[in-house]
Design a protein. Sequence first.
Length: 167
Amino acid sequence: MELKIIRGSVVYADCDAIVNAANDGLREGGGVCGAIFSKARGRLTEECKAIGGCKTGHAVMTNGYGLTARHIIHAVGPIYHSDNDAPLLSSAYYNSLVLADTNDLKSIAFCSISTGIYGYPLDKAAVIALNTILNFKPKSLAECYIYCFDDKEYDVYLNALKEIKGE
């Protein structure tokens, strides 16, 4: 699977599924979550209410509702307390990949899960995200993108990828 790190908003990613950094109630939040709900309008809210919620470390999929992406995968990352939260963050990425792959999607775009209001340190979260993605063995997924909203996030992800690859 090809991995690319892109500077920009995941809301506008042109792929099969974008990943929302969701809360466990699948309610509209701030940051990327708020932007996705705003762009998708009320229909997304209705579908999320019908699903009812999602546990931390898990993911669920909805329709894209007018976004460029056909689907939205809502991944619930942990609220950061300590490095003991790493398995839950990894699980949120992994379960998103599994959901996309088992639905025969070809491309997926992530934002940085749990690094906003949930307080996960960006440098630690980037390493967890990249290791989880790079170690995933897809059947259908061919392209994976990580969208970084600002220059700092972009630089952290690029540097983490270089370090993981030993460059």
